[in-house]
Write a protein that binds this ligand. Structure first.
Ligand SMILES: [Zn+2]
Length: 441
């Protein structure tokens, strides 16, 4: 048998299959972008040849992490405006700068975010932002996997009266990029939120998603203020509004979901809506804490996202997973809530389903696409490994990732990026941020 990549003698493989099986001292074969086998006996391994053999000793292999909600190019605004409530942060600080950003800026900001994600073990992400063609270009070149959503309506100056109809451009974007990069890109429709849109634009967005045969990525009930706005604007809650205007008739990634009522959760469960939990962003903007344990109990598909770096302020999914596992134990005074394996499933297999790659990625199993990361576990903070799942969620750092494989290709090789020139990207982003801060002062 001739393989592209063989990883041998791996200390631990976290498969994230249905039983979250952990294999000790195993091997993984990769061919044509897919997992050819997991853990064949040594006798069969003798007949295997591979273009590249990776030594898996002192390594833990697991599915690449899936970041289900971010605005990747917000790396440009990292630490730009902190310690402010969402409305003040967004409308008075972030949006005024975003309107000055050019397509090329977004391209470089996205590349920086992709570097950060790859180096900390994220192999796919769901993004909604501006100049999405340039985001797609960065995704194509870097080899990462992504769900990209473009808005059919843009608001300028923060007023919903000035929403500009770009539905045609949005369906052109879908036609151009959906399935690109040998299937690495999926395109959804962005609906920023029910509070920025109105009935007409919400209904039009739902129709557009249906006509493209795709899904919707939306912010839902991020703040208490949204609860009030929805009541006065529509006379109903945001989730009821989404349901009424047809937004839940297609696959949905609903970000934040801090203020879901019990009946909102039941609606989401019935409609199969995917939840993107963004604990850091919700804490940092003082938005509140989503009732994730109840959502898990009700059987919703809960996943994890970092949100943009202006509200986090990094794209480190190991940190996000760690916080997601700790937060609900403390606030509910119950250490049994959101277990390590729950958090790990949220960040892998659940995330894969949410961004439209169900049964393609998120697990290490024969036939799945090869999105695999290796952690160097020969570190004091990872010794001894009494429980590999707990080690990943409670002890590991994003910087422990040393090798990343996406779609069967090595994009981080023993700590070295193979598809992106990091120094060039930092140089370009440096001059963009100089321009932004020059305009501010
Ligand atoms: Zn967001």
């Amino acid at each position: 048998m001739k393989l592209d990549i063989l990883i041998k003698n791996i200390d631990f493989i976290l498969t994230m299959d249905e039983k979250s099986t952990v294999i000790k001292n195993g091997n993984i074969g990769i061919k044509d972008g897919k997992i050819e086998f997991v853990n064949i006996p040594d006798s069969q391994l003798m007949n295997v040849e591979a273009d590249r053999v990776i030594d898996g000793r002192h390594r833990l292999a697991m599915p690449g992490l899936v970041n289900t909600h971010t605005h990747c190019a917000m790396t440009l605004l990292r630490n730009y405006a902190d310690d402010l409530p969402l409305e003040e942060w967004l409308f008075n600080n972030i949006i005024p700068v975003e309107t000055t950003l050019k397509p090329e800026d977004i391209y470089w900001g996205t590349k920086l975010g992709i570097i950060e994600m790859i180096k900390s073990g994220t192999t796919s992400f769901a993004d909604m932002y501006i100049h999405m063609d340039d985001v797609a270009r960065a995704v194509m070149e870097s080899g990462i996997r992504a769900n990209l959503s473009r808005s059919p309506f843009f608001f300028h100056g923060g007023s919903t009266d000035e929403l500009i109809d770009e539905c045609q451009d949005c369906s052109d974007y879908h036609r151009k990029w959906d399935g690109a990069g040998e299937g690495r890109i999926k395109v959804y429709i962005e609906v920023h939120s029910t509070y920025l849109f109105d009935e007409g634009t919400l209904r039009a967005s739902a129709e557009l998603a249906k006509s493209c045969g795709t899904g919707i990525h939306i912010h839902v009930l991020e703040t208490l203020n949204e609860v009030e706005v929805s009541k006065s604007k529509y006379g109903a809650g945001s989730v009821e509004v989404c349901e009424k205007f047809g937004l839940l008739d297609v696959p949905v990634i609903a970000a934040h979901c801090v203020y879901l009522t019990d009946s909102d959760m039941d609606i989401f469960k019935e409609k199969g809506v995917n939840i993107a939990h963004n604990p850091t962003s919700n804490l940092k903007l003082g938005s509140g804490i989503a009732r994730i344990p109840l959502m898990l109990e009700k059987g919703l598909n809960v996943t994890i996202g970092t949100d943009g770096t202006a509200s986090n302020n990094n794209l480190n999914m190991f940190e996000e997973m760690h916080i997601a596992a700790l937060l609900h134990k403390g606030t509910n005074r119950n250490p049994a809530l959101v277990s390590a394996v729950d958090a790990l499933r949220m960040a892998t297999v659940n995330g894969a389903e949410a961004i439209g790659f169900k049964d393609e990625i998120g697990r290490i199993e024969k036939g799945m696409k090869a999105d695999i990361i290796l952690l160097d576990i020969d570190k004091p903070h990872l010794f001894p490994i009494n429980n590999p799942v707990s080690a990943v969620v409670y002890s590991a750092q994003g910087s422990d990732v040393d090798t990343v494989i996406i779609d069967g290709k090595i994009v981080l090789d023993n700590g070295n990026l193979t598809t992106i020139d990091e120094e060039l990207v930092k140089h370009k982003v440096g001059s963009i941020t100089e321009r932004i801060s020059g305009a501010r002062s």
